[in-house]
Design a binder for this molecule. Structure first.
Ligand SMILES: N[C@@H](CCC(=O)N[C@@H](CS)C(=O)NCC(=O)O)C(=O)O
Length: 236
């Protein structure tokens, strides 16, 4: 299988299936097509269109079969490897896992807009307004609920690492990068995700990337620059 992704620093959608495959030990070949300097870079679009008709990352190639859209990729993987806990085995847990994965896929626009994933920089904690606060409150309520009801078998939402955790991994990165304070249960969960071998290795690779995409950089004061060797045109 091949997984087509973009910049590890910025591409939150790429991180999700990459982390799922990595944490479940499913072998795959990574194909990384770095974004151009603008969102609608025609060369990037041309390159990505060879792998997916939707023209976005991630895309999974399973032999001749093309799979795009993150949730479809996760379901495809679940079907290929039914012995692995992509989704929880127990029906009620599985129903919740699918519901929150879909909620993540479709929602939390305020948080996503205000705090774009950026593993290259850390930002100061600050009030980002009521819509972002509402997204944070809903996400952490989901995490506490899943942990309390189904998390007894391990440190993740449903015990073992699965698709729901992979869906929320970029949120974990955002909470850390933008100094968003968490309750103890959510903080422990976020720490568990950041401690996975997959997350650490994605982050290490992100920090070694030579690309800065100004359009993906939040326009706010920087607390920490994890890639100080890269020159930036935006005022610090
Ligand atoms: N709904 C898609 C979202 C994919 C997405 O928006 N990917 C971004 C990168 S993180 C992308 O390809 N952006 C480039 C573009 O839209 O041209 C999914 O679930 O996979």
């Amino acid at each position: 299988m091949k997984l087509v992704i973009a910049n590890k620093t910025y591409s939150s959608w790429s991180l999700r299936p990459w982390l799922l495959l990595t944490e479940l030990g499913i072998p795959f070949e990574e194909v990384l097509i770095p974004f151009g300097q603008t969102f609608d870079d025609p060369e990037w679009k041309r390159a990505i269109s060879a792998f997916t008709p939707a023209g976005k990352v991630p895309a999974l190639l399973d032999g001749e079969i093309q799979v795009w859209e993150t949730l479809a990729i996760m379901d495809h993987v679940a079907e290929l490897r039914p012995e692995l806990p992509v989704w929880p085995r127990e029906r009620a847990a599985r129903a919740m896992a699918r519901s929150i994965a879909a909620e993540m896929h479709a929602g939390f626009a305020a948080l996503r807009g205000a705090c774009p994933m950026n593993l290259g920089r850390g930002f100061h904690a600050r009030d980002r307004g009521p819509s972002v606060a509402a997204d944070v409150a809903r996400i952490t309520a989901i995490w506490r609920d899943a942990r309390a009801r189904f998390g007894e078998g391990g440190p993740f939402l449903f015990g073992a690492f699965g698709a729901a955790d992979a869906m929320f991994a970029p949120v974990v990165a955002r909470f850390a990068g933008y100094g968003i304070g968490l309750d103890p249960v959510s903080a422990a969960y976020a720490e568990a995700v950041q401690a996975t071998r997959g997350y650490k290795s994605w982050r290490t690779a992100a920090l070694a990337e030579p690309w800065i995409i100004e359009e993906d950089e939040a326009d706010e004061p920087v607390l920490e620059d994890f890639r100080p060797h890269l020159s930036r045109s935006k005022a610090q």
